[in-house]
Design a protein around this ligand. Structure first.
Ligand SMILES: Cc1cc2nc3c(=O)[nH]c(=O)nc-3n(C[C@H](O)[C@H](O)[C@H](O)COP(=O)(O)O)c2cc1C
Length: 173
């Protein structure tokens, strides 16, 4: 497990290749297998594979989403907020599990923040931009997007900064 966590990196540059359908399905399986509070599964996953739409979706953020222009797919993670008040945690776990599984499958991926961010369109939040683009109903809140593609180049492993151990507290803070 630690080896896999070390190898996981955010990948923002992709080749022109399509993601093999089985690999994409495995990534989605990881989302569906994610634990949720009270086992209520408030999330929904919207898979976008049309490259023209992916290019347009890149404008959902002022910056930080440009990798979508070269992506082969994206998974928009949203939730019905009426199902559970802790939908953010549920969506985050699904995002994390899909990001890690993509890495394990040799598929590059990157988390794109949606909540509390603005689009390139003046006065339009990232969430409003996405909801309008895909006709997503009022009761849903969009948490994040996972961009996906076959990696254009490998990135080195994550190196554990020994100083981070200062963030671990035993017994008292
Ligand atoms: C909650 C969260 C939001 C993130 N949002 C973005 C984003 O909007 N755009 C982006 O390019 N990367 C985003 N990232 C990726 C981080 O920048 C990246 O994980 C961090 O720099 C460490 O690099 P690594 O993932 O390669 O180890 C996000 C990551 C997390 C966990």
């Amino acid at each position: 497990m630690i080896d896999k966590l070390t190898q996981r990196r955010s990948i923002r540059k992709y080749t022109e290749e399509a993601i093999p359908e089985e690999k994409l399905k495995t990534v989605l399986k990881a989302g569906l297998l994610s634990p949720t509070s009270k086992n209520l599964h408030p999330w929904e996953f919207l898979v976008v594979q049309d490259r023209k739409l992916l290019g347009e979706l890149a404008d959902c953020r002022e910056m930080g989403a440009d990798m979508l222009k070269g992506a082969a797919a994206a998974v928009i993670v949203m939730a019905d907020t009426q199902i559970n008040d802790v939908w953010i945690e549920d969506c985050s776990i699904a995002m994390s599990n899909m990001h890690l599984t993509a890495a394990d499958e040799g598929v590059g991926s990157c988390w794109i923040q949606v909540r509390n961010r603005n689009s390139k369109k003046a006065g339009v939040t990232t969430e409003q931009f996405i909801k309008e683009m895909f006709d997503i109903g009022e009761k849903y809140a969009v948490e994040a997007i996972l961009s996906l593609g076959m990696p254009a180049k490998e990135r080195g492993p994550v190196v554990l900064d020994e100083k981070l151990w200062e963030k671990v507290h035993y017994g008292k803070f």
